[in-house]
Write a protein that binds this ligand. Structure first.
Ligand code: KIV
Ligand code: ZN
Length: 518
């Protein structure tokens, strides 16, 4: 590998999925991992195996399936976490154990360890991990707020104990680009053995600086960037993969670094992550936003027609986006649908195409013209075979003469149930029906409706966010009938909440003193 090769470490399935409301199902995690592997991500952080049986199963299965990527699991600095992580990643062709502890004064206070105790623990845990796996990543969490001397000491201990990658996280998105570059540069210059390991940067976007800080760290000598698709992640998110990769590609003149990413796969994975996480991409988001390549003002359009470089620094095709074309209709066949979806950046297997073709036909029967945005909305509707709750049939009547009435049939764990309810308007009546069929204590935190295209026959995309005992889940759906879309989105959020319920709340700060107990 040359000196200017930057490794891309994707943590969409760990740091991204951990953000409130972004829960993915097992099947969705496998799908995203496959796309990451295919697009050339060097390391996939597939989850936090100790967190739940579900996380463990996902990391194990992804490890078995990965073709090219290294598969990494996260573990706190204790033997139990590390052993569990190894059990999950050991199936991979190229496994990695990632272990960490918070090293800043605020983080040291939580397990109540002084510097010497923490230093000993780092030594023991990295040594233990290295005895299991040749590829071990150490992270001094909250590195950018850790005292310089102590940070240097933690890195030195981790390298001596056998860590092969040293990650310097900006856990709370506090640093700025000059500081980010200097920190890595100084560590490489001052820690013994630094040239034997890969330095990594892991930035959060609280001040909107994650991309700039990651690229600055690379200028300072880091050769691994940790990032997520669409910048998914807690609070303001993590560094966005598409941004750092495209910045290095487009500005190779000033950032002469290479990655192994096939950038034409960016749009497809961005849309899939938005669909399965329920986190829509903002319209003006760099690289993957709906407007990133749209030119509406007259002066821009004129310039673009004369020479596209007038207002574009990269080609839409570079990120897997083809120009818009004619809408489809009810006579369009399977081949036309596949061709159109491929142009939009979706690569579908035969079974997926079969499912989406049925949904496309239903839509085309109700809507004369099916536009690109309609198809993107259809692709976002993710209904998993593993979902516990499924809508079978519903109807709602409403008007000026009294409360709205809903009748609904759902299957709950394959048993069919039916109910009739009323409500204050059609959506309320439908939601009451769901609650009547599946009792729960989740609170509605957000209910949002957007029209996908123009016209009264437009599809509505609905997002629903639910909260139950501090757990948050988001569901989305689209339909020409707003009440149906709302009900499906509500059921999707409940299905995700059920997945979340199975997960123990594992805090990052492990208070256990018996960290050596396996
Ligand atoms: O933000 C952070 O510090 C993390 C670590 C676990 C690497 O996600
Ligand atoms: Zn993080």
């Amino acid at each position: 590998m040359t000196d200017n090769r930057v490794l891309i470490f994707d943590t969409t399935l760990r740091d991204g999925e951990q953000s409130p409301g972004a829960t993915m199902t097992h099947a969705e995690k496998l799908e995203i991992a496959e796309l990451l592997d295919e697009m050339g991500v060097d390391i996939i952080e597939a989850g936090f195996p100790i967190a739940s049986e579900g996380d463990f199963a996902a990391v194990s299965e992804i490890s078995k399936r990965a073709k090219q990527s290294t598969i990494c699991g996260l573990s706190r600095a204790n033997f139990k976490d590390i052993d569990r992580c190894w059990e999950a990643v050991k199936h991979a062709k190229s496994p990695r154990i990632h272990t960490f502890i918070g090293t800043s004064p605020l983080h040291r206070a939580i397990p109540n360890l002084d510097m010497d105790q923490m230093a000993e623990r780092i030594h023991e845990c990295v040594t233990h991990a290295r005895n299991l796996c040749d590829n071990v990543q150490w992270s001094s969490m909250d590195a950018t707020r850790t005292e310089w001397d102590f940070l240097k000491r933690t890195v030195d201990i981790a390298i001596k104990a056998g860590a092969t990658t040293i990650n310097i996280p900006d856990t709370v998105g506090y640093t700025e680009p000059n500081e980010s570059a200097d920190l890595i540069r100084r560590l490489i210059a001052e820690v013994d053995g630094a040239d034997e390991v890969v330095f990594s940067t892991h930035c959060h976007n609280d001040l909107g600086l994650a991309t700039a800080n990651s690229l600055a760290a690379v200028n300072g000598g880091a050769r691994q960037i940790e990032c997520t698709i669409n910048g998914l992640g807690e609070r303001a998110g993590n560094t966005a993969l598409e941004e750092v990769v495209m910045a290095m590609k487009v500005r190779a003149d000033v950032m002469p670094y290479a990655t192994g990413i096939d950038t034409t796969k960016i749009m497809n994975i961005s849309r899939r992550v938005a669909a399965v996480s329920g986190f829509s991409v903002q319209f003006n988001k760099a690289i993957v936003g709906k407007n990133a390549f749209a030119h509406e003002s007259g002066i821009h359009q004129d310039g673009m027609l004369k020479n596209r470089e007038t207002f574009e620094v990269m080609k839409p095709e570079d990120v897997g986006l083809a120009g818009t074309s004619l809408p489809l209709g009810k006579h369009s066949g399977r081949a036309a649908l596949r061709d159109k979806l491929e142009k939009l950046g979706y690569e579908l297997g035969d079974n997926q195409l079969k499912d989406i073709f049925v949904r496309f036909k239903e839509l085309a029967d109700r809507k004369k013209e099916v536009f690109d945005d309609d198809l993107i909305a259809l692709m976002r509707v993710s209904e998993g075979a593993e979902d516990q709750l499924k809508l079978v049939e519903m109807s709602v009547t409403c008007g000026t003469g009294g409360p709205a009435k809903a009748s609904m049939t759902m299957t709950i764990d394959d048993a069919e149930k039916r109910i009739e309810t009323t409500g204050d308007g059609p959506v309320d009546a439908a939601f009451n029906a769901v609650k009547g069929l599946f009792d729960h204590s989740a609170r509605l935190q957000l209910y949002q409706v957007h029209a996908v295209t123009e016209g009264t026959d437009a599809q509505a995309t609905v997002s629903v966010r639910l909260e139950e005992d501090g757990r948050i889940a988001t569901g989305q759906s689209a339909d020409t009938d707003t009440v149906v879309a709302s009900t499906r989105a509500y059921i999707a959020a409940l299905n995700r909440l059920i997945v979340r319920r199975e997960r123990t709340q594992v805090g990052f700060d492990d208070k256990s003193v018996s960290y050596k107990d396996a």
